[in-house]
Design a protein around this ligand. Sequence first.
Ligand code: ATP
Ligand code: LTN
Length: 331
Amino acid sequence: MSKRVLSGIQPTSDSFHLGNYLGAVKQWVALQADHDAFYCIVDLHALTVETDPKLMRQRTLASAAQLLALGLTPDKCTLFVQSQVPQHNQLGWIMECLAGFGEASRMTQFKDKSQKSGADRTVVGLFTYPMLQAADILLYQAHYVPVGEDQRQHIELTRDLAGRFNNRYGQTFQVPDAYIMKEGAKIQDLQEPSAKMSKSSGSGAGVIELMDAPEINIKKIKSAVTDTGREVKFDEKEKAGISNLLTIHSQLSGTLISDLEQRFEGKGYGDFKGEVAEVVVDYFAPIRKRALELLEDESALLKLLAEGAEKARAVASETISQTYKNLGLVQ
Ligand code: ATP
Ligand code: LTN
């Protein structure tokens, strides 16, 4: 039996960004070839940000279209929407009853996000978010969870919760491993190279959105913040901006960073940025076109997602039965 993979992405924006692709979705596509892969659009997680219902629907469908355009294929993986599989909520509660308050309070993503919006505007769901994420993963008995570096702590928590449950109530869950690449797992904001590229923070000027028109992305890359030097060299401490652009180029073009450094020796940052812009735009132009085509046939997308949810429910309901039984809940 091939190993199981599960990951999720929030429909919190009209477009995924370069960090989502290089940190996560690129691996999703690669792993579906020889794994039993489940990929989930985590709309319940996205409810932690207040969103207009029309937008929520539109972004969920746009997420599905982008994932397919980026290379997920329904005959190789199960693609579904989290809210269509109620077992996520069922196991989510159990995870909340297993996690310590202190343990959950240490999650840095919660601390960062709640600090930004202030206590009164922070919903309780943002606090319990990692326990729902643990449920997403454990329901499918996943061996690997392909994510970006920012999710490492949540996967650690998931492992702890799985181990704790197994110890207390008998073997129930596979303890999953995070699957995080050495390169590309932390793409930085182009305007603020010390911060991660993110859908929900920053001005947007430093975020490359895959569905944006080429002119917009060319402009953003050409105005990326760099340093006062002239050398195209990978040095994350002294040259965070240039290093980020080198990583982006290398990941999309398949050229080694050392080869890029050599090729741009003696040339200025302008030439280099121009080429990065070209690589990005050429890579994503056909993907954007395909995603827009897929979005035109809404009923085909809905059908595909419904089929995915059915397959997901079959696996998830087995895990829930076993979990309830081990907990002594009378069925
Ligand atoms: P938000 O900023 O609203 O929290 P996000 O941009 O982080 O959203 P998510 O849906 O939370 O997007 O993440 C989807 C996947 O993309 C996760 O696996 C996450 O680790 C990865 N990811 C997000 N940002 C980056 C980044 N800058 N570099 C690499 N991977 C990233
Ligand atoms: N918290 C994740 C999204 C997410 C996820 C998951 C990732 C929700 N459930 C399960 C992997 C596995 C994030 O990217 N912010």
